[in-house]
Write a protein that binds this ligand. Structure first.
Ligand code: DON
Length: 347
């Protein structure tokens, strides 16, 4: 009798596990919430949160609606869960750095980024000039210990994208972003103009990088293309698809196109984990365990490897330049779904 009851309970338990695995393989526990519930709960919890302030050092960003709030989660098998505004586009900003780095890694290998730029956290603000002046180099090789996700390393990564001229390089960059997002993206011209008129710091960084030999040639082209890549318009669903492609081992889960060899994905995720939220990357990793990347346009993406990609857009930022509401939202959803890859249940 007791053993019959146990067998029935066990069958029910296994059915719940199987159902949750089929729903995207997300649940670490049989009772875990489904992704749509987790997304809805976080949306309702944070929809009135008003902390933070839009970036204004790029004038066009100050004009973006601070109330914009959209969440998208896409599983590695292409299921889409959303809440809020997933249509309105903001500029991708620094999130673009991940995909330019990924393009260079795909074409030139993991070594190219490690040797020309470095993969260490700088611990400095994203547009720090002191970080260029004070850069450490690897003894023996002289390779800089920078990072492709902060401005000096990112401008350098853009300069590494190959092409006969500026147009050819741009085609490759935007083509890569389109493939990750699974649709054709366009530059938000007002942001591009506004940032081009106000990016003297990045021009200084570009010139310094050439002076130190960390950029090989034509820094003005690299800074211009970097500025253009930061101005690409994306909505929360585009960003989630880009993140989901990394979560799925480099293959866009909807189009099926392979954009990054699976063996190269861990390197990209490692750089996101060490520097994706700038000088707050440690704090972020401590609470979520997820490789992520923020942009001053208000977006953040995070990757739960083998499970899902998630993106939130909410323009007001904290002092480090990361969206306040996006950080809270992703943390809540990831914890609800048991997505921290470091969290293991003892057997
Ligand atoms: O270069 C800049 O300053 C911007 N285009 C991008 C900075 C950024 O998104 C940093 N984000 N948190």
């Amino acid at each position: 009798m007791v053993s019959n009851l146990l067998a029935t309970r066990r069958r029910r338990f296994m059915a719940v596990v199987a159902a949750s695995v089929m729903a995207g393989g997300l649940a670490l526990t049989a009772q875990g919430p489904d992704p749509q519930t987790a997304v809805n709960n976080a949306f309702n919890q944070f929809k009135t949160l008003k902390e933070g302030k839009n970036a204004d050092y790029i004038p066009a960003l100050a004009k973006v609606d601070p109330n914009l709030y959209g969440i998208a989660l896409i599983t590695v098998d292409g299921k889409v869960y959303t809440a809020g505004d997933i249509k309105t586009e903001v500029s991708i900003q620094s999130i673009s750095k991940v995909f330019t780095m990924a393009q260079v890694i795909q074409e030139q290998g993991l070594d190219a980024i490690e040797k020309r730029i470095g993969v260490d956290a700088t611990g400095a603000r994203f547009n720090s000039i002191i970080a260029v002046e004070g850069v450490k180099t690897v003894v023996g090789t002289g390779a800089p210990e920078m990072n492709p996700l902060v401005n000096p390393g990112a401008i350098s990564a853009t300069s590494m994208v190959t092409g006969a001229n500026s147009d050819a390089v741009w085609k490759k960059i935007i083509g890569t972003y389109n493939d990750y997002a699974g649709r054709n993206l366009t530059v938000l011209q007002d942001v591009y103009k506004s940032e081009s008129d106000s990016n003297q710091r990045n021009q200084a960084i570009g010139a310094l990088m050439l002076a130190y030999g960390y950029i090989k040639s034509n820094w003005p082209q690299a800074v211009d293309l970097y500025t253009r890549q930061c101005s690409v318009g994306v909505n929360a669903k585009d960003l989630a698809m880009m993140a989901a492609t990394l979560a799925a081992g480099g293959k866009n889960p909807v189009t099926g196109k392979v954009l990054l060899d699976p063996a190269k994905v861990p390197g990209v995720l490692a750089v996101m984990a060490t520097a994706g939220l700038y000088d707050d990357s440690g704090k972020w990793l401590y609470h979520t365990g997820l490789p992520a990347k923020s942009g001053v346009g208000g977006g953040i993406i995070a990757v739960a490897p083998g499970k899902f990609g998630i993106a939130v857009i909410s323009p007001p930022l904290d002092d480090a330049g990361n969206s306040v509401r996006a950080q809270r939202t992703i943390t809540a959803i990831s914890n609800a779904l048991g997505a921290n890859p470091y969290a293991v249940r003892p057997k």
